[in-house]
Ligand binder design. Sequence first.
Ligand SMILES: [Mg+2]
Length: 257
Amino acid sequence: MKDYKGYIFDMDGVVYRGNTLIPGAVETLKSLKRIGKRLVFVSNNSTRARDDYAERIREMGLPIEMEEVIPATYATARFLADNYAEKRIFVVGALGLIKELLRAELMLVDTPEKADILVTGSDPAINYQKLSQATLLLLNGKLWVTTNTDKLYPAEDRIIPGTGAVVGALQYITGRAPDVVIGKPSRHIMEQALKALGVGREDCLMVGDIIESDVLAGKNAGIDTALVLTGVTSREDVEKSEIKPDYVLNSIKELEM
Ligand SMILES: [Mg+2]
């Protein structure tokens, strides 16, 4: 394997599964840090702010700083602050997303008539009124930025609907697709990760467990990719897929130095 200066890690299926750390993950991450490698963790999570997300990871037993994690909430806020700082935003999403948007000093409005942009994320309080308001915005041709388009998430003992519950409904109703997707496999979240790493893309490796999400995100951002087999994708899936990672690893442990 090439000698990389920085690593971008997906979390679920790479570092932990559910609430359990993958064996050897903490030691591997520590060994990489010890020899001066730069690490950052990306997640399509659209319900937790950066600090709350880091806190949750620490509770699992992985020492991690807020600056090392890039959830989709934070990446979405940074993208909007960089490109649409003056625009008024209507949000269909959870409190963690709203927290990040406010931290980025973006202007949030609660009447769709006053908004320039619709931002969507997973919303545990989604209801008919919110869908009606978002529909109005989309039918008026306003920009639609979404944290991600994930259909399903693995929860502790079951599968739960992802942001797709919101995005899919709006897409079906309006016939429109999101104009900008921030989370994986989009390059936008990867650009924020690269910025946080401070390493050139040629010196960086993306490590993830899902071909269509993590490996594709790496490729979309021009970064080398490693697929680990501790999550969703199996070796057979890799062989069948058109998208080929640069490396296939049994687990994150194979990166230990
Ligand atoms: Mg994963």
